[in-house]
Design a protein around this ligand. Structure first.
Ligand code: FA5
Length: 341
């Protein structure tokens, strides 16, 4: 009777070993068959004491044979599994050491820096000096020396970030005109790129922090014709093609006459979009002939000298040049945006 049970157990255990799919499953079969206390074959061994001596030898041989076959099957299946596992890992973790190493990730210039540098090079090639001014300015240079009356709304806390002690974050690059006149004296040609700040609500074309380039030329007999000449050279250099511009009268206390130069919106081609507020035109710069009071306050005789000045919004210029439909993207720091340039 034991003979039959041994043969049955042997074939069912061997079948389970063959079909086992994991090391855990294999171990369970091992414990079930050969476990020291409850293993099925171990239990049969214990029952053998009850057999007649003439049967004991035969059944003992049968049982040992079954144990050996099962142990051998467990071992070979275990090895197979380990080999397969190793193959999977080798396939997954394979590294080709002969491949060239990836190079270091290279950064690049911000689109604003590109435009600023291009304009600096252009103006330097025409004899202009590049000046720098502080972002924290005095009220005198940001407003008074530019003939901006004490009651002018631009001084309002809604437009200007005032600092303790009466200084402010410059609201435009025009105070560098004043520094330029003080430092260089006439005749002079200067530009001043830089960051400016305004306490205003932000939308697709308005930032609280943006960039301008100031330009100024003081010499004898400077007229609007000189201003227009340099404007045209500047726009051609930036856009490398004809762009539609419109010059309209504009009021700035530091120039007379004063103009505003608009660019036909290059995002919508002039048909109207959120950037141009559906008008088809984007305000790019203020400009004009330097007001005699401004020259006088910086120690330059307006009877002898005249000049032009402009303040170009280069953050908006970058939007037009690169087709950027929201000014906030330029300072957002999002690499997915910046990596396109
Ligand atoms: C000025 O800042 C004058 N200082 C310009 C000037 C200089 C006039 C010299 C005459 C002589 P305005 O506030 O218009 O002017 O700004 C000049 C340009 O800066 C605008 O045409 C526009 O292109 C840009 N700009 C103004 N406000 C913002 C803003 N919130 N966000 C982005 N760009 C702006």
């Amino acid at each position: 009777m034991l003979d039959g049970r041994i043969q049955e157990l042997e074939s069912s255990l061997l079948a389970r070993i063959t079909s086992a799919r994991s090391a855990e499953e294999l171990e369970a079969v091992r414990v079930e068959a050969l476990g020291r206390k409850e293993g099925a074959l171990t239990l049969i061994g214990k029952e053998m004491g009850k057999l007649a001596p003439e049967d004991r030898k035969r059944v003992g041989a049968l049982l040992n044979g079954a144990k050996q076959k099962i142990e051998a099957a467990l071992e070979s299946k275990g090895r197979q599994m380990a080999d397969a596992g190793l193959r999977v890992r080798l396939d997954a973790e394979w590294i080709d050491l002969t491949l060239p190493a990836p190079g270091p990730r290279r950064g690049h210039l911000h689109p604003m820096t590109h435009i600023q540098r291009e304009l600096e090079e252009l103006f330097v090639s025409m004899g202009f000096t590049v000046l720098d001014g502080p972002e924290v300015e005095t009220e005198y240079r940001n407003f008074d020396a530019l003939n901006i009356p004490a009651t002018h709304p631009a001084r309002d806390a809604q437009d200007t970030f005032w600092l303790e002690g009466g200084n402010l974050l410059r609201t435009h690059t025009s105070p560098v005109q004043v520094r330029g006149m003080e430092k260089l004296g006439p005749p002079l040609r200067m530009i001043a790129p830089g960051r400016v700040f305004r306490n205003e609500s932000v939308d697709a074309s308005h930032e609280h922090t943006f960039y301008q380039i100031e330009g100024m030329m003081v010499d004898r007999n400077i007229s609007v014709a000189h201003l227009l000449y340099f404007m045209r050279i500047m726009l051609t250099a930036i856009f490398h093609r004809d762009v539609n511009v419109r010059l309209r009268p504009g009021y700035f206390p530091f120039v007379e006459p004063g103009f505003e130069l608009d660019l036909q919106c290059l995002l919508c081609g002039g048909s109207g979009c959120p950037v141009c507020k559906q008008s088809g035109w984007v305000e790019q710069m203020g400009c004009g002939l330097v007001h005699p009071n401004v020259l006088r306050m910086s120690g330059i005789d307006p009877e002898e000298w005249s000049g032009f000045a402009f303040g170009l919004g280069i953050t908006r210029l970058a939007m037009m040049r690169y087709g950027i439909d929201d000014i906030r993207l330029l300072q957002g720091g999002d690499l997915r945006f910046l990596e396109q340039f």
